[in-house]
Design a protein around this ligand. Structure first.
Ligand code: NAP
Length: 327
């Protein structure tokens, strides 16, 4: 699979990675053996990049990855984790002492001395303007607890503030055919600064697969049941912030744009990886079949100009009014 340098980490990662929120919690039950099978299928399909977080299943996702990497030996996988959402979301919690404790826990969970990459996990907005926070992150690098640090953001404005910091290796942001705003300023600014872009929620939490209907039932412990209006965390993380009914209608139109030989999910992923400035796209997968199909999107031919224009038109007509001003 095509590899790209992940911004200021200087390390190469596969253009399609794997998001592992599903392997922790918040997406209904995923059994341990199924979770390990997902990791295996991804690596067998050429994926060399996992995205996780200390909060996914309160460490379950990290521990499963740690176990997988131990059992697998030299899988050559770059693991990006995140920290900061196991405590109250106030800037006062973003201290060097907490960073040391949080990274120690992730190092133990993942079974490594030095974490490849740690991302601040959508911190409160003032954190991006705090010199003390970034000094503390530099200290973690100097102490070799982490090789590099990065941010995962909610808004384009937060992304631009982070890109201006000299030590930020990459920015993780929502980007998909229902979330076009990062194309305007964030991707060009990141490319200019040599900052990597990790594109998350690329399938709009599965909406862009075209599989869901009004009758689809998500389990009560799936965020697509309990966070539709931002009840538990930012609304933008669930269905990309698009209300479900609008999303179903837009997804039905998206399916009509899918080229022969690709599925809707693969088309959405292909759209993301061909946006200039994107390093890697990290779809979540709940089973090995999804992981394999998503990895295969890397080998598809680029989408045509006509398809790109039609996706932009769909966004303008159906989605823009709901999301563009918010994130
Ligand atoms: N704040 C943050 O930093 C943050 C927030 C959100 C996500 N993330 C990261 O980004 C990753 C990706 O985002 P996401 O998982 O939220 O959303 P996503 O990738 O847009 O959607 C994942 C869902 O799409 C469906 N799917 C995936 N592959 C499929 C395939 N080949 N065919 C059919 N359906 C498929 C599955 O739905 P079903 O479950 O219905 O099968 C899966 O649970 C996460 O895993 C996580 O690592 C980070």
């Amino acid at each position: 699979m095509e590899q790209r340098v992940l911004g200021r980490t200087g390390r190469e990662v596969s253009v399609v990675g794997l998001g592992t929120w599903q392997l922790g919690a918040d997406w209904g039950q995923v059994r341990e053996e199924d979770a390990l099978a997902v990791l295996d299928a991804a690596v067998e399909s050429g994926v060399t990049f996992f995205d996780t977080a200390d909060v996914y299943g309160d460490g379950r996702s990290e521990r499963l990855i740690g176990r997988f990497l131990r059992e697998r030996g030299d899988a050559g996988v770059f693991v990006a984790t995140k920290m900061g959402r196991r405590v109250d979301q106030v800037p006062e919690n973003y201290t060097l002492d907490n960073f040391r404790a949080w990274t120690d826990r992730s190092r133990a969970n993942l079974g490594v001395d030095t974490l490849d990459l740690v991302q601040l996990h959508c911190p409160p907005t003032p954190v991006y303007s705090s010199d003390e926070v970034f000094d503390a992150l530099d200290t973690l690098v100097a102490e070799e607890r982490i090789a590099a640090y990065a941010v995962s953001v909610e808004t384009c404005a937060e992304a631009l503030t982070a890109i201006a910091r000299p030590g930020v290796a990459s920015v993780q942001i929502i980007l998909n055919p229902f979330r076009l705003k990062p194309l305007q300023e964030v991707l060009p600014a990141a490319a200019e600064a040599g900052v990597g872009i990790i594109a998350r929620v690329p399938l709009a939490s599965g909406l862009l697969t075209g599989r869901y209907t009004r009758e689809t039932v998500f389990s009560p412990d799936d965020h697509r049941s309990f966070n539709r209006h931002g009840e538990a965390f930012d609304q933008g993380e669930t269905f990309s912030g698009v209300d479900y009914e609008t999303g179903l209608q837009a997804a039905a139109e998206f399916v009509e744009l899918v080229p022969e030989g690709a599925t809707p999910a693969q088309t959405a992923l292909r759209w993301v990886v061909q946006q200039p400035g994107v390093t890697s796209v990290i779809p979540g997968a709940r089973n090995p079949e999804q992981a394999r199909a998503n990895a295969a999107a890397a080998a598809l031919p680029p989408l045509s100009k006509e398809t790109l224009a039609a996706i932009e038109d769909l966004y303008d007509r159906r989605i823009r009014a709901q999301v563009h001003h918010r994130w």
